[in-house]
Design a protein around this ligand. Sequence first.
Ligand SMILES: N[C@@H](CCC(=O)N[C@@H](CS)C(=O)NCC(=O)O)C(=O)O
Length: 411
Amino acid sequence: MSQGKLIVKPLGRSVVPNALASHFKLDIETIDKDEFPNFEQKFPLNQVPVFIGRNGFKLTEAIAIIVYLTNLIEDEKTKSVLLGANAEEQAQVLRQLSFTNSELIDTFAKFALILIGKAPFNKKLLDEGVAAFQKRVAVLEDRLSEYTYLATESVTVADLFAAAFFALLFTMVYGKDYTDKHPKLMRWFNTVIAHPILAPFINKSAFLEKSVEAAPPKKEKPAKQAKKETPAPKAAEKPAEQPAEQQKKPKHPLEALGKPTFVLDDWKRKYSNEDTRPVALPWFWDHYNPEEYSIWKVDYKYNDELTLTFMSNNLVGGFFNRLTGSIKYMFGCLVVYGENNNNGIVGAVMVRGQDAVPAFNVAPDWESYEFSKLDPTKEEDKEFINNMWAWDKPVVVNGESREIADGKVLK
Ligand SMILES: N[C@@H](CCC(=O)N[C@@H](CS)C(=O)NCC(=O)O)C(=O)O
């Protein structure tokens, strides 16, 4: 008989309980919250993680579960390293677990939801939230300027818990522009996420390149709104640092294909500024040259691992950020269809030339996607491209019609 059941989601406060059970091969059954019958009736706050042991022993609260699971580890030495070896160390571990669970996560939740558009846009609340969060990060950095780890001289569960939280932060809101400014934090973070307990649970390829920028809340038609707000940049409007960088960089392989007659920036502007169905798409098909550009159906390979739709959309955002080096040769949309814990990513992307690889392989995670060439002379394929780019109808996946929850334009 197993020692109990651990009910989790594959992110947030569940990561460390999950990682401990897995790494130490604890005799515990891990169950996704959505697979657990009547979860909310049994746990009215509807929150994970939850541990259900033998003889009616139950735990909620991540900190309690982490400490309990660590105490199930047989090796006493490992246990005392992870939880602290004496009363002072144990108190410091609890202190840092608590700091992450309330000070960091709660402060973060308030402003992050605004940033990702899941809470009403309010500049004052956002600014206050960011400032409050930064104050707390500064407290951690203060500690890390003198010590390698948060609570003791070794990696404890407090480090694992905090690093798992920062991994969420770097997947949801903050990118390289933030991490570059926090070298002490990042030195610690990179060490802790490489720890064998945590490493298998961290997906570095999902970390954002650029931080999410504050934007007014989405209106009725998110796709069109987003398009109108950010007209396609003209070459001259590209960020100032680019020309100098470009001179140093070797030429993109697609440069060798020469100048096409179909001017991508013209199309991007049309798409951004005109109504998609009545104006932009007819313009596109009038001007499209299949010898210069190919169009690909793009499918995410690991839809089964996706959880919340906004996380899937962040994944797309991260992928698009990593495609920046090829953006001159590409245009397309990827959408997230379905709902939380049952969603997928699909889309259509046009690239210069007849091969998808040279355009996509600038992104380290390009192999997480499958590319199948579309043939716009076939009505079915043309319709698929129109639907992906107009993004206004449900998408048919395996014969099933699925609502589009979110999406992003690559332009
Ligand atoms: N105080 C609780 C908070 C738990 C909590 O907020 N869990 C979040 C995930 S980190 C949750 O379950 N949210 C609802 C959901 O994911 O369905 C703890 O420390 O465990």
